[in-house]
Design a protein around this ligand. Structure first.
Ligand code: SF4
Length: 197
């Protein structure tokens, strides 16, 4: 399993399939525990991530770590990745073409890790994975699509300029790990949205 993920990582690092490869410093493959119960999916790498080739290591990454810690979880326990693996110039939202071109890498990461739940961070991931809009209205909810569970929350970057949202993110992450515990114990989880294929 770890070997297969390493294979994906190598392909991402060498990838030139879309225009973002021309402006990036480093491609940013997913990182973390390949046995994780949850995969966190954000939008795209930012400046710090692009410089170091690692996901969620800037200010937004610190916000995510803080929220995880408040739920008693360390970063090393989970797997974190993005919809697109290369930084869009000036941190613009990745285009539909870029997202579609990159989507196979995420599909493979999900296939290999086979998480109990996918945590969707923010609007771009919500839109790309579930055709959703306005995640703020749906955050905290559980979606089931094609037998895969998803948990919706805001992107950690949204908490940088809005202090109120950090408590929202912390609350959601705590809820997520309680859900994971329930799933592991074989208990029934309430599905808020059934997403028909
Ligand atoms: S964003 Fe994805 S598809 Fe585009 S070059 Fe980077 S890894 Fe390849």
């Amino acid at each position: 399993m770890e070997k297969k993920l390493q294979g994906i990582k190598k392909k991402v690092i060498e990838c030139t399939k879309c225009e973002l490869s021309a402006t990036r410093n480093n491609a940013v493959p997913g990182k973390g525990n390949y046995k994780s119960d949850v995969i966190f999916v954000g939008e795209a790498p930012g400046k710090n991530e692009d410089m170091k080739g690692e996901p969620f290591i800037g200010v937004a990454g610190n916000k995510l770590s803080t929220a995880l810690e408040s739920a008693g979880i360390s970063r090393n326990e989970v797997y974190i990745t993005n919809i697109v693996k290369c930084r869009p110039p000036k941190n613009r939202v990745p285009t539909a073409i870029e997202r579609n071109t990159c989507q196979n890498y995420l599909k493979k990461e999900i296939e290999i890790i086979n998480p109990k739940i996918i945590c969707v961070l923010g609007n771009t991931a919500f839109n790309s994975l579930l055709d959703g809009k306005e995640i703020i209205k749906f955050r905290g909810k559980v979606v089931r699509k094609n037998n895969q569970l998803y948990f919706l929350t805001i992107h950690p970057a949204a908490t940088i300029y809005n202090q109120k949202l950090i408590s929202v993110l912390k609350k959601d992450i705590k809820k997520l790990f309680k859900l994971i515990q329930k799933i592991k114990e074989g208990k029934k989880v309430k599905i808020d949205i059934e997403h028909m294929p």
